[in-house]
Design a protein around this ligand. Structure first.
Ligand code: SAH
Ligand code: SF4
Length: 487
């Protein structure tokens, strides 16, 4: 399964190769759960291979899983190496310069591959792809196809098998039936025991530093029925935990003619039989209503974990970031949430070195984080993104100073993480096991803490819920031993 960390919709510096738990090429596809339950069998293996390289947020991961699924369904097999792939798909991120640099580096190395194996098809998707593809084409002439993540049908231009399938739309309602909103992703992609399900695309906030709205467009929610159908299918395929995704996930339904609220969707998904855990990310503090926290506290599958980016702890900086809330609002929302869910864990995002951020303003962020005691903080050094409002302002905090502020907050969070996790020693927490890591089983608690599980004998815990007694703690993860029968 893919190695990943569950984090808010944000750029991650690491790259990953998405692996999808799906029928092996050549396996008896017609007997897979998905085919049996949901539609026509995938095409037989065609001897071709694909490789996917992904960087960025969970939305990219979800998109990559969808591409992988499409290719597997038409007979391609996934390979971990680009060197023996017939198609290499790069799913890009430009939210920070460092991510964009990594994509450019990867594209550079693929130019060499293309010279030695010109028949390899190279495809670029993700946020680097804009409407103006002329420039990209000039810069990366070895790329065969650029496609916008909302336009998966274009993959057919380099995957003849997909194009052929498209000719026969009627025969393939399973993959290509257009949803009412034209956005329903290909069905049947699976990731093992956990899965991401995008529920809203784009973003209507225009935070002054952020490129996302320019690349992903306005908020567009998927219909409730389509989401419920997809989760039902995932559950039928063995998924036990689903994370609903959106850049502003709690704006779900606001764009419908008859406005809806996320709580309605959460209730509907929670009611799906067989689903054990439900999460959603990333929330905007403006839309965190009392009702949303009340529903979170009440619905059994909904995990006690909240992704609530704050970005800064100083009101002047927040105002210049165009975040549309104050530090007190964010803190008050946490306070209410914790009054309803005492076990709630919170993750947040912070940008240090925003243009004009004074030492005093930075110390406000420090004090706020010290007070908030989040379980996890995703720290980023400000990086100007062309086209955004703040890119017009002087990037006046030197890199070394951004780095220092980053380190100061990292150290603070290390202390807080240690204190939080050490208090868990001896307690029992439920873990959904997602894989094996250096001889130990690993998974996440409902609060989204990474937990490694020691088992005496070689028991297969993959995909199981296990109660774990915590025996050891670090600032970043816990270690424990099974304290009951897996289920
Ligand atoms: N929708 C989410 C986050 C989207 S972008 C939210 O509202 O917070 C993911 C993360 O990348 C952000 O939380 C922010 O911390 C970081 N980020 C975005 N633009 C950035 C920039 N120009 N420089 C540095 N970090 C940035
Ligand atoms: Fe970017 Fe702000 Fe939208 Fe988050 S809410 S995606 S930070 S513009």
């Amino acid at each position: 399964m893919a190695s990943r960390s569950i984090i808010p919709l944000r750029a991650v510096e690491g790259e990953q190769t998405v692996r999808v738990v799906a029928p092996e090429s050549g396996a008896p596809h017609a007997e897979t759960a998905m085919s049996a339950v949901h539609g026509p069998a995938p095409l037989p293996a065609n001897g071709k291979q694909f490789h996917i390289w992904t960087i960025g947020c969970q939305m990219n991961e979800a998109d990559s899983a969808k591409v992988a699924s499409l290719l597997q369904e038409v007979g391609y097999r996934q390979t971990a190496s680009e060197d023996d792939a017939d198609i290499v798909v790069l799913n890009s991120c430009v939210v920070r310069q460092s991510a964009e640099d990594k994509v450019a580096g990867k594209l550079g190395s693929l130019a060499r591959l293309k010279r030695t194996r010109p028949e390899t098809r190279i495809v670029l998707t993700g946020c680097m792809v804009t409407n103006q593809q002329e420039q990209l084409r000039k810069r990366f002439p070895h790329v065969d196809l650029f496609f916008d993540p909302s336009d998966f049908d274009r993959l057919g231009l380099v995957v003849p098998e997909l194009a052929r399938l498209e000719d026969d739309l009627a025969a393939l309602p399973h993959y290509y039936a257009p949803a009412a909103d034209g956005l329903e992703p290909a069905e049947g992609y699976r990731k093992g025991v956990t899965a991401y399900v995008p529920i809203i695309y784009g973003c209507n906030f225009l935070c002054s530093y952020c490129i996302v709205p320019y690349r992903r467009g306005r908020e567009t929610s998927r219909p409730l029925a389509a989401i419920v159908r997809e989760v039902e299918r995932l559950v039928a395929d063995g998924v036990r935990e689903v994370t609903l995704l959106g850049q502003t996930v709690n704006a779900w339904g606001h764009d419908f003619a008859a406005k809806q609220e996320l709580v309605t969707l959460l209730r509907a998904v929670d009611a799906i039989p067989g689903l054990d855990r439900l999460r959603y990310l990333t929330s905007h503090p403006m839309y965190m209503t009392d009702e949303l926290f009340d529903v979170m506290a009440d619905l059994p599958t909904l995990c006690e974990h909240l992704n609530l980016p704050v970005q800064a702890g100083d009101d002047t900086v927040l105002h210049r970031m165009r975040r549309r809330y104050t530090r007190d609002h964010w803190l008050e929302r946490l306070q209410y949430a914790r009054s309803r869910m005492p076990d709630l864990t919170v993750a947040t995002d912070i940008i240090v070195g925003f243009p004009g951020e004074t030492e005093e303003q930075f110390l406000q962020t420090y004090a706020m984080l010290d007070q908030a005691r989040c379980e996890k903080v995703h720290l980023a050094m400000y990086s100007p993104r062309p086209g955004t409002l703040s890119a017009r302002w002087e990037d006046d905090i030197p890199h070394a100073e951004k780095h220092r502020r980053h380190q100061v907050l990292e150290k603070l969070q290390e202390r807080i993480g240690t204190e939080i996790n050490e208090r868990r020693l001896g307690s029992v927490t439920e873990v959904l096991v997602e894989g094996k890591n250096k001889g130990r089983w690993s998974g996440r608690s409902r609060g989204n803490t990474l937990v490694h599980v020691d088992v005496r004998e070689d028991t297969d815990l993959l995909g199981k819920l296990v109660d774990v007694r915590i025996t050891s703690a670090t600032p970043w993860f816990l270690i424990g031993e099974a304290a009951g029968a897996p289920r």
